[in-house]
Design a binder for this molecule. Sequence first.
Ligand code: MSP
Length: 559
Amino acid sequence: MFCTRAISNNDLQSTEAAETFVLTTPLYYVNAPPHMGSAYTTIAADAIARFQRLLGKKVIFVTGTDEHGEKIAAAAAAAGSTPREHCDVISQAYKTLWKDLEITYDKFIRTTDPKHEAIVKEFYSRVLGKGDIYRADYEGLYCVNCEEYKVDEKELLDNNCCPMHLKPCIQRKEDNYFFALSKYQKQLEEILTQNPKLVQPSFRLNEVQSWIKSGLKDFSISRAAVDWGIPVPNDNKQTIYVWFDALLGYISALSVEKEQPDLQTAVSFGWPASLHLIGKDILRFHAVYWPAMLMSAGLDLPMKVFGHGFLTKDGMKMGKSLGNTLEPNELVHNFGADAVRYFFLREVEFGNDGDYSEERFINIVNAHLANTIGNLLNRTLGLLKKNCQSTLVVDSAVAAEGNVFKDTVEKLVEKAQINYENLSISVACEAVLEIGNAGNAYMDENAPWSRFKQGGAASEAAAKDLVIILEAMRIIAIALSPVAPSLCWRIYEQLGYSKDHFNTSGTKWGGLKGGQVMAQPKPVFARIENKTELEDEATTKKPVKSKQKKPEVEVAAEA
Ligand code: MSP
């Protein structure tokens, strides 16, 4: 059961010693404002962070922005700004979106932060000291959007186009510093064989293993032609390659509040990361380059790298380069953070690609959040108000003695927990929804509204049934809170609790006690009106924009 520990004052101290879960999102490029694809990784990371906190772990959730390199300098020039001004604006846009999406990150690192730069230089010097950096000429095809030389030219499309960005790669020749990746081939092979859980899902591990098997080539880690970057120690004519810079953000973030952080101190604040959450396009950097860089510097490897799929539009990756993005601010503004978070985490199986459609969005969110969950709560509270003065007649543990519905709920909560732990977030949501479905079925079978009318023992049984359903509702509110936090808080509030209790309560059956007074029934999630339906209904009237209805009581207490 998640979070069965109550956090008292004493417990708060012991959380320092509690197991720490460090998870990271990629650090986002600031060439353009965030889109729904960039928000997707962060929403998933936030759900995982919240789930780990429910388990009582100390969580360090790292996110941030990747601000150096040619692509960013070009975007700034195109916007008529200096790179620094441009980075400030876009980095802030990320922070604002994270606030609107209720992202509870602990550290936000910007790679232009001088403290990060100091750590990158120290790391570079360590790797240099290890003898893993050398200077050489390199000639090859470069994709500016990927910020990488395409070592395997067979991967390219006609006209040397990058398959991801559909733009031609440029022939480049440079005198660069190189990292001796090839030296680590064997070690990487061994580590992945011994620890296959390092790269997930398992089909991505296969991909990584086959890259390694096909032979690792050293890669250049400096750029002679790019000014907007961290200068190479002892050679101001070159800057450090963006990836050799940005990956270090995962470590520098850990000590960003320190006055003069150094690598060792940063590492001592929580390295290695428990989980790097990334999109599949940046798997090679995280599962091949990064572990080799860490081995070279004598640092531990991350415990897990999970590569999720893409949000697509008409089958193509949604992205800044192709310009086929979905605007997250607009979605949040129209439908609210809970709906956006729930839809993408429930509908896209984490690890695979998923396509967005507004119709599907509205249908899913209405069916699951407004109907299954919202209506169940609303109609139960309505009946309780009418028949029991909004007060629970007995403890939920007593009400459910020998009741199979309670067993069903317990099994489903366990299923949700296992799936959150395995990062199968969609299946976890499904399990929570099943509790709602089971609750609605229980209600319909037992029809407490008619048993109240019979009076006597039938009425007492009906009052107990309401306690049982509301306890299930309480458990739903905790179990779904990683995904739809505000909605779940509103459910909890309706059950007569304060925020403190919400943060420390668990999913173990028996939380609701006899005598507890519920709040006035009020819909916790308003149905989203469907634009097409409304427009069909009123073709002659003004067009109506999709939006959430103002909450209003929708379901009669006896329904
Ligand atoms: N700056 C690098 C990451 C450096 S980490 C040390 C980068 N930035 S990015 O802004 O281009 O992408 C950041 C993340 O957003 C990646 O994980 C990428 O997969 C994800 N997404 C961007 N578009 C996406 C979709 N359409 N769908 C899902 N995620 C996608 O790469």
